[in-house]
Design a binder for this molecule. Sequence first.
Ligand code: SF4
Length: 223
Amino acid sequence: MYSEEELLSLSGIQHFYFCKRQWALIHVEQQWAENRATMEGKFIHENADNPFFIESRKNTFISRAIPLVSYNLGFYGIADIVEFTKVKKGIVLQNKEGFWKPNIVEYKRGKPKEDKRDIVQLVLEVLCLEEMLNYNISSADFFYNETKRRVKVKMTDDLREDVTNLAKSMHDIYKNRTTPKAEKGKHCKSCSLVDICMPRLTNKKANIANYIEKYCKLGDDDN
Ligand code: SF4
């Protein structure tokens, strides 16, 4: 179990999946602190008009901006929308009659990504909500603004295990304050931190370190 002080932002898991170094620069070294604050401010501003806003339809209602937390995994965050549908067997809600099934709907600006970076965030949100409600959730949805489509994601055992392992790695890196070295690749082209990360230089430093280590060893052997 993690304490309040140890909780990490769950939205960081998408950065971590994309590039561990990018996540560490943002969340461990706080290199992007200003941008992050701006973004969080924007998010709060966009949702300020309707925090916990509830819309109802027959047998279904939705709640917006639901705070999430998992003390088992050590994460906190916000779910864009949780839909509740009336079912025969489900959870009990305050001021609502009957039983209800929760379903997270995460809004994304673009279209579905080729990799799993959005999915790992959604799974982590589900794991948080499951812990909070003590209820097993079998799937969750994305709504992609560009395609105006919902995409359902099943919470498989493999996805749950992958996300649990990612969560542990994030805590290990955060605890040790060790920013991983740059792994220069195609992903660097779309990275907003490329000027801060300087992947070429980081690799060069690593190469120089390898070179020195190699030739020092050779020197030792020669002696
Ligand atoms: S520039 Fe590349 S290695 Fe550096 S943080 Fe961005 S994606 Fe990661």
